[in-house]
Structure formats: C-alpha cells, structure tokens
Design a protein around this ligand. Structure first.
Ligand code: CA
Length: 229
C-alpha cells in the first residue's frame, strides 16, 4: 500500500519545525523524507523524486531559493510542486519566491491546517487519486476512496496491485511508463520485483477491464513500456 502514498520531502534546518511538519504529514497518511540542508535535499531528490517538496527558504549552505531554481530547471523534477516556507513576509520576497518557480509560498509562522490544505491542493493537480479524487478515463471510473472501479457502469473486480496500476495510469492518461517506473510507483522501490512481474499484472488488469467487453485501453509501447490511451 505504501507505494501508492504520496511522498513528501520536508527540507527544514530547524529540527523541531521539521519534526512537526513530518508528524503532521505522516498523520495525513503521507510518506515523509526529511532533509536538514540543501545538499541533503538535492541528494534525496536525486535518489527518489518526491511527489511534493516543502522547502524552507533560509537554509545553511545552498538556499531554498537556489534549490527551487535548480529543481525547476531539470526536466525530471520540473513538475514536482514546491511549497516555499519562509519567515520573510515582504511582498518583494514573495514575488522572488514565485519567480524562481515555487508553486506556492507560505509565511512562517503558519497554521499547520492551512499548510496541509495547500499540500492537498497541489497534489490534487499532480496526484489526484492520492487525495481521494474520482478519476475518469473514457468509460472507466475509479474512486480512490471507496476503491471501486467501474466500466460502462458495471463494477469491476481488481486485485490490489491491479488497482494501484490502474490508478497510476489514470492519474496521467497518455503518459508512457517504463516497467521500472511502474515498479517504483506501484510496488515501491524497497521491494525487489522482477520487471516481468509488471507484464503479468498488466495482463491481469487488461483481463479485468475487458471482462464485460470493450476495447483494451492499455497500450503497449515497444521498447518503452505501457500507457493508458
Ligand atoms: Ca531555516
């Protein structure tokens, strides 16, 4: 299950503030990675790209602004939402923060409830199923909250792995996923699973989706992987 949870990276040099953030995010069901410096943050992102980053502005060494700028210029991390956290409140700084490409900006001291709402707002855009949104693709409906899937109004029975696979596809229709990317997202990177396992579960998902007839919505992209639509 853990693999489908959104991964949040908290970059904050103040240990007590970092822990408060991590605690609240974990309570919301998110998987949390922590970094106390800009360099650690960049290393962690290199290892495992998170779904969203909470980034303190004032950090020892590489500043939050500089990290944000770097992340937003790399194709692999450009679309990862960044919420900047800062004690500065002047309008000019806010503008500078957003100009570096930050997706949102929160001034300290902030309300944790408000920050969590902003995190969910960003994820609604990039990981809709992870925050309980209903997904729709053609005649397929997926409800992440009730774990129900239907096609053309008829309920489908999916195993947990097939459900997570379909969720991943439906969050980004048309995107081609490599087997490795699917393993990472659906199974989690800590578990060793052979890439052929992906093919087995794609086969099961196709069968489940086609049980009442209808076209196969999953496309095999030779040499690349799979896509929905
Ligand atoms: Ca700081």
């Amino acid at each position: 299950m853990a693999a489908a949870q959104p991964k949040v990276l908290v970059v904050e040099d103040e240990p007590s503030q970092r822990e408060v953030l991590a605690y609240n995010l974990e309570a919301e069901g998110f998987e949390v990675a922590r970094a106390g410096t800009g360099d650690d943050a960049l290393l962690l992102v290199e290892e495992d790209i998170p779904d969203i980053i909470l980034l303190d502005w004032m950090l020892p060494g590489v500043s939050g602004i500089e990290i944000c700028r770097r992340l937003k210029t790399r194709p692999q991390t450009r679309t990862v939402p960044v919420i900047m956290l800062s004690a500065r409140s002047e309008e000019v700084d806010r503008v500078r923060g957003l100009e570096t490409g930050a997706d949102d900006y929160v001034v300290k001291p902030f309300s944790v409830i408000e920050l969590m709402a902003r995190v969910r707002a960003q994820l609604r855009r990039t990981r809709p199923a992870a925050v309980g949104q209903q997904l729709e693709f053609s005649d397929i409906l997926l409800d992440a909250e009730t774990h129900k899937v239907s096609r053309d109004g008829k309920e489908l029975k999916l195993g947990p792995t097939e459900f997570r696979l379909l969720t991943t596809f439906m969050e980004k229709p048309g995107r081609v996923w490599s087997r490795e990317q699917l393993l990472d997202r659906v199974w989690g990177r800590d578990i060793y699973v052979d890439t052929r396992t992906v093919d087995v579960h794609i086969g099961r998902l196709r069968k489940a989706l086609g049980i009442h007839g209808g076209e196969d919505p999953i496309r095999t992209v030779r040499g690349a992987g799979y896509a929905l639509g």
